[in-house]
Write a protein that binds this ligand. Structure first.
Ligand code: ZN
Length: 158
C-alpha cells in the first residue's frame, strides 16, 4: 500500500524525468528510497546518446548492489516515473531490492504512445511480477500520473 508520506518521493522521481526531457532524452526518472526515507540514488534516462539500455530504473539497482546491506536493500523502494521494462524489472530482483512503486504504468505509456502515433517500444510491457515474482510492485499513483503524461506528451510533440 502506498502511504501518503511516500508521495514526496514519488513526486521527486519526476524531477530527473524533467531533467531528461530538458536534455533531449525520453522523460523517465527514478529514485531509490531507503527504509528510513533517505534518497539513496536517483537517475534519469540517458538513451539519447545511442545506448538504449541506459534506463534510469537500472542505475538504482546497480548502485545498491555494492553499497547497502542486504537488509537495507530489502527495505528500500525504487520509485520510477514509469513502469519498469522487462530489462529493468530483472535488476531489483537480482540485487535484492524489495519493492517498486511506479507513478505511471508501462501499459498506460503504451496507450499514450498509440494515442500520439508514436513508435511502440521494441520490448513488450510485461508486468514486473512476470519477470520478477518476488518483487512487490505498487502503482500507479493517480495524483501524479497526469504530470508524467504531460512530460511524455512534450517529448513526442503531441
Ligand atoms: Zn527499462
Amino acid at each position: 500500500m502506498i502511504e501518503e508520506s511516500e508521495l514526496p518521493y514519488l513526486r521527486r522521481c519526476l524531477e530527473p524525468a524533467a531533467e531528461a526531457l530538458a536534455a533531449g532524452d525520453e522523460p523517465f526518472g527514478a529514485v531509490l528510497v531507503g527504509g528510513d526515507g533517505t534518497v539513496l540514488a536517483e537517475d534519469h534516462n540517458r538513451v539519447a546518446g545511442g545506448d538504449r539500455t541506459r534506463h534510469p530504473e537500472f542505475e538504482p539497482a546497480r548502485w545498491s548492489a555494492a553499497r547497502p546491506t542486504p537488509e537495507e536493500r530489502a527495505a528500500a523502494t525504487v520509485c520510477p516515473s514509469g513502469g519498469h521494462c522487462p530489462m529493468c524489472a530483472a535488476a531489483p530482483a537480482r540485487v535484492g531490492l524489495g519493492r517498486i512503486v511506479h507513478v505511471a504504468s508501462s501499459a498506460r505509456l503504451v496507450t499514450w504512445l498509440e494515442e500520439w502515433g508514436a513508435a511502440a517500444a521494441p520490448v513488450r510491457p510485461l508486468p514486473v511480477h512476470e519477470v520478477a515474482p518476488g518483487v512487490t510492485v505498487e502503482g500507479p499513483v493517480p495524483e501524479l500520473t497526469d504530470e508524467v503524461r504531460a512530460l511524455h506528451r512534450r517529448f513526442h510533440g503531441a
